[in-house]
Write a protein that binds this ligand. Structure first.
Ligand SMILES: Nc1ncnc2c1ncn2[C@@H]1O[C@H](COP(=O)(O)OP(=O)(O)OP(=O)(O)O)[C@@H](O)[C@H]1O
Length: 515
């Protein structure tokens, strides 16, 4: 049977360009006009498809959501993602989600040929099994900890895994709440049963009830993708309710009933169904404050918070930083199939330990991954962490030096697409170091998150000006992930795209244009 390359691209011109390049490399193609159509091909003709080439920034189902959906289908086809100049953060996210390789637009037929050949060769070897490993169950042994504070957390998690007691995990964003929840599940006698997640802050409030319990408000098409209610999906296993503090009050009553009786009732129905679900919740909010303010029911708080575990911020357990950094560098070297494992120099460890990591472990993980992708040496040095060096007194010189090196490298032509991105982002090439740090902070924007109500003349700014600034901020904050940006801004994706057009922001290059 002929092995096909599935091209998923919503821009007809780009689709034709890719088709020609793929055929020039001697492969047959299938063409899909978007993520949904691409998934359709995988479901109906999956056995014919050897590799998928997909654009990351597409309307509808984008590249990242596509990779996730492929994983949810239980398929293991290698995916090569295509991104615009400046899309490094999106690439990093895609590679971490399991993409096989990436190419930068406009891609040459030779580069695309190399990526496809590599993906086709990866049929069973190391690369595939490693990518699969990302989705394998996470156990307590995977939790890197060197500090007494984390040792306590691991000990509590171990104890929680021996019972079905409801657990609430408290801690700032990125401290590892989901990881601990997974580890509790994996250590419990429900380990072989599903671990299902509902993130209350990622779903429109009016949809949460039907997502949890099922109901008529679910749109048909989406219902097909998501199958059934989270409580039913999790039957026999664990339901992880993330951002519990964002659960609407009216749904809190139903959750309380479900937690008390073990029975659920679909939205708009009076039929009750028995379920056997262990509840683990997580919150970055102070739930007691939420109770005091009347935003969270006190009875539900006591029902769910039987076994609270507080995970300290990374800056309060700095002993963990060197261990985490080394673990991430090793893991990424394997995932990226680098010829040798990248180490982390003592000076880099000193820098990483000196920094406060407002985005916690997720920010550290992203920083190490990014450094490992861009680094040229065997060891990551302070100069590989440009955004961090710019913010830690005593290391700023490294940031300037790294910017200069990056520029040199882009001229010399080694790994041009990535290095060009880095060079253009290096402090001093545009903006100030601190502005740059805001943009690159992986979710924390100390100064950038303030939007002024008045202009320099003291007059109130127009709604359009503030809207534009907010959209640009959200694009940077969510690293160009359109679906997330639209959701968080509370508007539809088509409205977002219309507004991007109004404000002259290229949807193919949102991070760059939003800067
Ligand atoms: N102790 C740890 N050892 C190794 N990796 C960790 C550890 N803690 C967190 N991580 C990694 O850091 C990243 C963020 O962790 P996680 O998603 O669990 O955080 P979170 O607190 O749930 O974040 P959020 O509140 O934003 O959802 C994940 O990729 C996770 O694998």
């Amino acid at each position: 049977m002929t092995v096909h390359v599935l091209i998923v691209e919503d821009d007809p011109v780009q689709r034709r360009v890719l088709k020609q390049a793929v055929e020039q490399n001697g492969h047959a193609c299938l063409l899909a006009e978007g993520g949904k159509a691409g998934l359709g091909f995988l479901k109906t003709r999956g056995s014919e498809i050897g590799v998928v080439v997909i654009d990351l920034a597409m309307r509808g189902l984008d590249g990242l959501s596509f990779i996730q959906a492929v994983h949810d289908l239980g398929m293991d086809v290698p995916v090569v993602v295509q991104t615009g100049q400046g899309g490094i953060d999106a690439v990093v996210e895609a590679m971490r989600a399991g993409a096989f390789d990436f190419v930068v637009k406009p891609v040459s037929p030779e580069r695309l040929g190399t990526a496809i050949a590599g993906a086709l060769k990866s049929d069973d070897p190391k690369g595939r099994s490693l990518r699969r490993a990302r989705h394998q169950p996470i156990g307590l042994a995977d939790i890197v900890s060197a500090s007494p504070a984390m040792a306590r957390v691991v000990d509590l998690a171990k104890r929680a895994s021996h019972s079905t007691i409801p657990v609430v995990l408290e801690g700032e964003a990125g401290v590892g709440k989901e990881m601990i929840a997974r580890a509790i599940h994996a250590g419990s006698d429900r380990a072989t049963k599903p671990f299902v997640i509902l993130n209350c802050s990622a779903i429109a409030p009016e949809l949460i009830e039907s997502m949890l319990f099922g109901g008529s408000t679910m749109d048909e098409g989406e219902a097909g993708e998501r199958q059934q209610a989270k409580f039913l999906q999790a039957d026999g296993g664990t339901l992880f309710i993330d951002e519990l503090g964002d659960l609407p009050l009216e749904v809190q009553v139903k959750l309380l009933r479900a937690a008390q009786s073990g029975e659920i009732e679909a939205a708009g129905s009076s039929r009750r169904r028995k379920v056997n679900v262990r509840l683990i919740s997580a919150t970055a909010k102070n739930l007691i404050e939420e109770v005091k303010e009347g935003r969270f029911r006190e009875d539900l708080y006591y029902r769910l918070n039987v076994f609270p575990i507080t995970i300290p911020a990374l800056r309060r357990r700095k002993e963990d930083i060197p261990f985490l950094a080394r673990t991430f560098a090793e893991r990424f070297s394997l995932e990226q199939k680098l010829p040798q494992t990248v180490g982390v120099s003592a000076a880099a460890l000193a820098l990483l330990t000196a920094y406060d990591w407002p985005g916690n472990i997720r920010q550290l993980e992203n920083a190490v991954f990014r450094a490992a992708v861009l680094a040229q040496g065997r060891e990551l040095a302070p100069s590989d962490f440009v955004q961090i060096t710019a913010q830690v007194p005593g290391f700023e010189g490294n940031a300037r030096e790294a910017g200069a090196h990056a520029a040199d490298r882009s001229v010399a032509g080694t790994a041009p697409s990535l290095v060009e991105v880095k060079a253009s982002e290096a402090p001093g090439t545009h903006g100030t170091a601190s502005e740059e740090a805001d943009v690159e902070n992986d979710g924390v924007f100390p100064s950038g998150s303030l939007i002024a109500s008045t202009d320099e003349t003291g007059n109130v700014r127009t709604i359009a000006e503030i809207e534009e600034e907010l959209i640009r901020f959200a694009l940077r904050f969510y690293r160009g992930q359109m679906s997330q940006v639209a959701r968080k801004l509370g508007i539809g994706r088509s409205t977002l795209y219309r507004k991007l057009k109004d404000y002259g922001i290229d949807p193919d290059n949102p991070m760059h244009d939003a800067a």
